[in-house]
Design a protein around this ligand. Structure first.
Ligand SMILES: [Zn+2]
Length: 81
């Protein structure tokens, strides 16, 4: 492997220790719940989820799970504020 590539791998290792460098702007995921699969969307700090609970509360166990998983990689959210 050339030295340039070794340097890139080392840099990637460092960056991965600092997740706050990365901010998700938008994505969609499939969430496998206990009884069903849900589609979660994220767009500029705003969540959506196809589960029933989310429709009435604008937050649910699925979006809260995503906030825990992605932490510093999300824009500031209601749970942190
Ligand atoms: Zn949900």
């Amino acid at each position: 492997m050339d030295s340039g590539m070794i340097g890139k791998i080392q840099k990637a290792r460092q960056y991965a220790e600092e997740p706050e460098r990365v901010t998700f702007e938008s994505f969609t995921v499939d969430f496998a719940g206990n009884h069903d699969h849900y589609t979660i969307g994220y767009e500029n700090g705003a969540w959506s989820c196809t589960c029933n609970f989310f429709q009435g509360h604008s937050v649910c166990s699925h979006t809260m799970t995503m906030e825990r998983l992605l932490g510093a990689m999300l824009k500031a959210t209601a749970e942190e504020a």
